[in-house]
Design a protein around this ligand. Structure first.
Ligand code: FAD
Length: 423
């Protein structure tokens, strides 16, 4: 059976935060983009996405500039406690960050896109990509697209990246996670505390941390617990993630065998890596996220703005080389912190000596004592701080218009897709 061929200006593959943010930023620029974009995702929202769901003020700022109030259910964290053995220090805020359930958050975001008139094809999988001089041919299991521009927002296991033969596995962080049902009396829920425990960094060789994130999943309280191994130092031996998680859970009087472990990688940022080729942009996890804390949602939202500016510029100038995309990423007030985080991750996760880490923790405690982060009433966001003030003047700051007639292509209703086994 031959597949129908559609010609379109912009094809966005992936409806995670990066893909939805790109569409929303184009629409903010000009609502007429609605008829010029098609989005495709192999999953049907609300789909499961393995993630801690922590969104900092960096991501909230992007949403606020888009004129989107933070509507999805979230758990506001008032204290972020960083632990190393018997030392700890805390960042406080009201909230310090928010924890969402990704199935709900991503569904809400894609509904904002659909509500503004964009055609979103859910339950459709990209299979092949062939770049041509005048367009990019994309074959899915349902159609063939001839797109003037392809935006690859298909996550850390990007098939587009693999098909273009850009793959490089040296920059992939490993993460595993479990959800444990909790009582509302659990102190972390009562006090709004999220924990990052770096105790396994020395000894066990974990290049990262164990986390406890209090979460609200489908109206129930669950602790999102997991281990992040950045592999910022890929030349070093790999830590045993399952054993690390088992030990951390045992300390919390829980048995790992009682829960279902799931794992998924994060590709991290490399300023010398590849982000584009003529008519094709990579963004979000497909391009690279943060190896220090594994923060990816805020950056995915931030890539959306930069990708939208690049697409807008390509159509306005007729130059589809996408040659300036890397520069735009590196100059962007939000994304430019990624190279710094890579540097810190390479430095921090080299650390072998417990006495040195303990000293660092004591210093950090003092330093925070001099900042607003010591204050539980500190209102971090949204739209505060340097990042926003430095926003270049060409970035529009108008709210998104709502179009009356949404176009939906909801393949399978409200099914919750299985875990994203391959991306
Ligand atoms: C265990 C874990 C915990 C994490 N915790 C946090 C956290 O607390 N805070 C934080 O900021 N970040 C966290 N991250 C990182 C965060 O999840 C990612 O950085 C973020 O999801 C990236 O968004 P994205 O839009 O680039 O990609 P994704 O959210 O992965 O979206 C990619 C989309 O592409 C679709 N897709 C993939 N392949 C195809 C195909 N062939 N055809 C069509 N569609 C396709 C997928 O279905 C998916 O909807 C965590 C990651 C993991 C693995």
């Amino acid at each position: 059976m031959s597949l129908p061929i559609s010609s379109i200006d912009v094809l966005i593959v992936g409806t995670g935060p990066a893909g939805s943010s790109t569409a929303l930023h184009l629409l903010q620029q000009d609502p007429a983009w609605a008829g010029r974009i098609i989005m495709v995702d192999k999953a049907v929202h609300p789909r499961e996405k393995l993630c801690g769901g922590g969104i900092t003020h960096l991501g909230e700022n992007v949403l606020t500039r888009l004129g989107l109030p933070f509507e999805p259910t979230n758990f506001p964290v008032r204290e972020v406690r960083l632990v190393y053995q018997n030392e700890s220090y805390s960042f406080r805020g009201n909230p310090a960050f928010r924890i969402v359930h990704r199935a709900q958050f991503d569904h809400w975001l894609v509904e904002q896109v659909i509500g503004r008139g964009v055609d979103v094809h859910q339950g459709e999988t990209l299979l092949e990509v062939t770049p041509h001089e005048t367009h990019v041919e994309v074959v899915t299991d349902k159609a063939i697209y001839h797109a003037k521009v392809l935006v690859a927002a298909d996550g850390s296991r990007s098939r587009i990246r693999a098909k273009l033969k850009w793959d490089d596995d040296s920059r992939v962080a490993r993460l595993i996670e479990v959800l444990t049902p909790e009582s509302p009396h659990a102190w972390e829920f009562r006090d709004g505390v999220a924990i990052f425990d770096f105790s396994q960094m020395t000894g066990a060789g974990l290049q990262g941390y164990y986390w406890d994130f209090p979460s609200i999943v489908g109206g129930t309280l669950q602790m999102n617990r997991g281990v992040f191994d950045s592999r910022a130092r890929p030349e070093r031996p790999k830590a045993d993630l399952k054993e690390t998680l088992r030990e951390a859970l045992a300390e919390r009087e829980r048995n790992l065998d009682d829960y279902t472990i799931k794992g998924h990688p994060i590709r991290w940022f490399d300023k010398n890596g590849r982000f584009s080729q003529p008519r094709i942009l990579l963004e979000g996890d497909a391009a690279g996220a943060d190896p220090l804390f594994g923060e990816g949602i805020s950056f995915a939202l931030g890539y959306g703005l930069v990708a939208a500016q690049t697409v807008q510029h390509a159509f306005a100038s007729g130059d589809f080389s996408m040659a300036d995309y890397r520069q735009r990423i590196i100059r962007d007030p939000l994304l430019r912190s990624l190279p710094t985080r890579v540097w810190f991750a390479k430095f921090a996760y080299l650390m072998k000596y417990p006495w040195f880490v303990r000293w660092g923790w004591r210093m950090a405690r003092r330093i925070i004592g001099w900042t607003r982060w010591r204050d539980a009433a500190y209102d971090v966001g949204p739209v505060r701080g340097r990042e926003v003030v430095e926003r270049p003047s060409y970035v529009p700051n108008k709210p998104l218009p709502l179009l009356p007639a949404p176009t939906t292509h909801f393949g399978g209703g409200q099914r919750l897709d299985g875990e994203d086994r391959d991306g």
